[in-house]
Design a protein around this ligand. Structure first.
Ligand code: ADP
Ligand code: ZN
Ligand code: ZN
Length: 783
């Protein structure tokens, strides 16, 4: 089964790119009025810059243009076409060129950019340009990539015509004969026969060939060798019969998705898919996607990490072999990313799967958004414009008039609060989907009673031993990479610190290096103390590398694999380890939070948790929530199939509410306790926060800036609906040589906060604020 593109789509694919005819129209005789366009640029300075639009160029709102800026040339997006500019005519410069091969961005996606610009108080151009794939941000011409692997095959009628020698013309015959041996991509045909485009069109009109969108991975033009393999990749997998809870969820979502005949097509509604680990949320997403596709619409799926995209892509490719699928994440090569984006923008890709940046993919037929693991912190961009892809997704659904699904076994407190207030519809999946699969039994190993060697207690080692002896798999989770978080001189207590950050250097033993996990600085691991010269340096504490070493020492004959950012640096290596684990080729997995998300290992029955206590002492009011989510997710890896699972947590604080919630699988109880606490302290979701983050190499300049910012904030008249706090040092006081401070503002309502921020930001930009680097973080998640 493969998709049949409609005629217009095929024509547009095989036709060579032609400039828009309007561009070729010469200026009308006697036309005197100059057209002026306002262009958004990736600059914080202003929302829009005015340029003259030369008469021979055509641009409209949403067009991408190249403009001169100082001595540079920059790419910008047309925000408005206007009649008159405030800028003196002699000072106006002209647009250089318009990216004519690119249809303008849609009103829908522009509205999303505008929302982000307003809500996060950034310039529209900054938002828009940062949301585009890198290829589009360059001033070079667009690559002439044929982004869709179109598969051309001979039809039964074509074979007959060939047999009866009815095909006229040598090219027609040659192409038919070639296709008779194997289907080929359109690109391959074009490479072999330069005039093939016209011929293909004729052959298709006669019904002698079929041109289908191949549902394989995106092939680049050079990727001809793979052409014949596409049919083999089209594997139909059967969907399981949904259980009662899943069916109820899909039915509710289906109402909002609508169908091809309903008018309006669909409607906005936000659903929380609150389903325990292994409850079959993925099946609900897939069924909802099927409904959207059946209604002729596109679906957008956001996952929290790049390494979760391959698994989801596999799911949708297997389930929807007839549909075009595109990936969107920063790990893709530039051209592949652009061509996937382009297929979505042109409406050819039916399903887009990606990380947070995918929320900005233009999709003209958008009919469903899925945010998997919606609680995950990685949906919040942590540098540059600090948007929350989850929140943007909800807004985008409201503009596109389609449902959005926020799925998680541990929904964020904000999301559950939105459900409680009736803004979101909560759909609950209470049981594990696989028959007999039970939630794991959670036990504790008290570190006050039992000593750990290299991070592992004898009890945990014994449990691992029993598990692998039964032929099952074990996993050890530690939320820290490297060998040890510090080196310590046993004589004088000296610990190497990063010279650019207020942080200790992490010891990476295999690489024999010290690394700063904040700024990336590295140095050779010293053999002697930098203070007293003693050679007795001791590795203090544990990281994933050390736990791996300890496991190898304890189980020399077992197959052990480590998963963290260091061990999976190479593209595809995480994917390889996960595939091996799924096939049962690994006995013990050890790793960081990369292990906790999404993956389904049916044979995994034991999860050990090492070194989780750190979060108990954190100053961040969200630390407990994050810890609860992480532990419930990691515990959820155990016992997902027929075999019962077990979780063992090594801790000094058995009675801590987070651990008790994990032990009783009662996330709801944890949330309601957390909500009570936050209400009494007027913390989110009972108030709304924004953080001004400033940094400078010069501490005095930074202080002056923060004081200015504070006094400007205090002068804004807010009817005391907004509270301005004192500037304080960030938790990481110094990073990469910059001193860091932050100033918190807090409001009772979102509206009050937004009104305040609008006034405050305008004043701050007007004040000479370029002495320091600063940014505004609306709805910060780390404080
Ligand atoms: P979640 O995403 O909620 O953690 P998954 O969607 O990964 O859970 O489902 C867990 C397991 O249950 C998977 O192996 C999946 O194939 C299986 N599953 C899901 N729904 C059903 C169903 N209705 N019947 C049988 N198995 C199911
Ligand atoms: Zn020393
Ligand atoms: Zn550093």
């Amino acid at each position: 089964m493969k998709a049949r593109l409609d005629r217009a789509a095929i024509m547009s694919l095989i036709a060579p790119p032609t400039p828009m005819t309007r561009d070729a129209v010469p200026p009308a005789a006697g036309q005197t009025r100059n057209r002026i366009v306002q262009v958004g640029l990736d600059l914080p300075l202003a929302n829009a810059f005015d340029f003259l639009l030369p008469a021979h160029l055509h641009a409209e709102v949403g067009s991408l243009v190249v403009v001169p800026f100082g001595a540079r040339r920059l790419v910008g997006m047309v925000i408005a076409v206007i009649d008159a500019s405030d800028v003196e005519p002699s000072k106006l410069r002209s647009i250089e060129s318009v990216k004519i091969n690119l249809p303008p961005l849609s009103a829908e996606i522009l509205a999303v950019f505008q929302f982000c610009a307003n809500y996060y108080h950034a310039a529209l151009g900054q938002i828009a340009l940062n949301a585009l794939p890198p290829v589009l941000r360059g001033v070079k011409d667009l690559p002439d990539a044929d982004p869709v692997p179109l598969l051309v095959s001979i039809s039964a009628a074509g074979r007959l015509a060939l047999a009866e020698a009815r095909a006229r013309g040598a090219t027609q015959r040659a192409i038919l004969q070639w296709l008779d041996t194997a289907p080929q991509t359109a690109v391959a045909v074009r490479q072999r026969h330069p005039t093939a485009m016209a011929t293909l069109r004729r052959l298709r009109d006669q019904g002698w060939i079929e041109m289908l969108a191949a549902a394989g991975p995106v092939a680049t033009p050079g990727d001809v060798a793979n052409a014949a393999q596409f049919p083999a990749q089209v594997v139909q997998s059967l969907a399981p019969t949904l259980n009662v809870e899943q069916r109820a969820a899909v039915a509710a979502i289906g109402e909002a998705v609508g169908n091809a005949h309903s008018a309006p097509r669909g409607r906005y509604q936000a659903f929380v898919i609150d389903g325990i680990t292994g409850s079959g949320k993925t099946e609900v997403y897939l069924a909802a996607i099927a409904l959207a596709l059946a209604a002729g619409r596109q679906a957008l799926v956001l996952v929290p990490e790049i390494n979760l995209t391959p698994a989801f892509l596999r799911h949708v490719r297997a389930r929807f072999p007839a549909h075009q699928v595109a990936a969107a994440h920063s790990g893709m090569a530039n051209l592949a990313r652009y061509s996937a984006w382009r297929r979505a923008h042109d409406g050819r890709a039916d399903i887009v799967v990606g990380t947070r940046l995918a929320v900005f993919t233009p999709m003209p037929r958008l009919g469903l958004i899925v945010v998997d693991e919606e609680h995950d912190a990685s949906f919040k961009q942590q540098d540059g414009i600090r948007y929350s892809a989850r929140d943007v997704a909800v807004f985008r659904a409201s503009i596109a008039k389609c449902p959005v699904l926020l799925g998680s076994a541990t929904p964020s407190i904000e999301t559950l609060d939105n459900a409680a207030r009736g803004r979101f519809t909560r759909l609950v999946l209470n049981d594990r989907a696989v028959a007999c699969a039970e939630l794991p039994v959670v036990g504790f190993i008290n570190l006050d009673a039992e000593k750990a060697a290299d991070g592992l207690t004898p009890s945990l080692l014994r449990a691992i031993d029993e598990t692998v002896k039964r032929g099952e798999q074990a996993m050890v989770f530690i939320n820290r990479r490297g060998y040890a978080p510090a080196l310590v001189c046993t004589s004088c207590g000296w610990m190497p610190e990063c010279h650019r950050c207020s942080a200790r250097m992490v010891f990476h033993r295999a690489a024999k290096r010290l690394k700063c996990h904040h700024c990336g600085s590295e140095a050779r691991a010293p053999s002697a103390c930098g203070e007293c010269g003693a050679t007795d340096l001791h590795a203090a504490g544990q990281g994933s590398e050390r736990i791996e070493d300890a496991l190898i020492a304890a189980f020399p004959d077992r197959r052990i694999a480590r998963v963290d950012r260091d061990s999976t640096r190479k593209r595809g290596s995480a994917e390889k380890i996960f595939a091996a684990a799924e096939k049962g080729e690994i006995d013990i997995l050890v790793g960081t939070q990369m292990l906790t998300k999404g993956h389904d290992f049916p044979n995994l029955t034991l999860v050990g948790v090492v070194n989780a206590d750190g979060a108990v002492f954190s100053a961040d009011f969200r630390a407990a929530e994050r810890m609860a989510q992480q532990l419930m997710q990691v515990a959820g890896r155990a016992g997902r199939a027929q075999l019962p699972g077990r979780v063992l947590i090594q801790t000094r604080f058995v009675d801590h509410p987070v651990y008790q919630a994990v032990a009783t699988h009662d996330y709801a109880a944890f949330v309601s306790a957390a909500l009570t606490e936050r209400e009494s302290m007027r913390l989110p979701p009972y108030s709304y926060l924004a953080l001004l983050r400033g940094e400078s190499r010069d501490g005095a300049k930074l202080d002056a800036f923060m004081v200015t910012a504070q006094s400007l904030a205090q002068s804004v008249d807010t009817n005391s609906a907004v509270r301005v706090w004192e500037p304080v040092l960030a938790i990481l006081e110094r990073k990469a040589g910059y001193v860091r401070k932050q100033l918190m503002v807090q409001a009772d309502t979102r509206r009050a906060l937004q009104q305040f921020l609008g006034v405050w930001m305008a004043q701050l930009r007007a004040a000479d604020a370029r002495a320091v680097r600063w940014l505004l973080d609306v709805d910060p998640i780390d404080i």
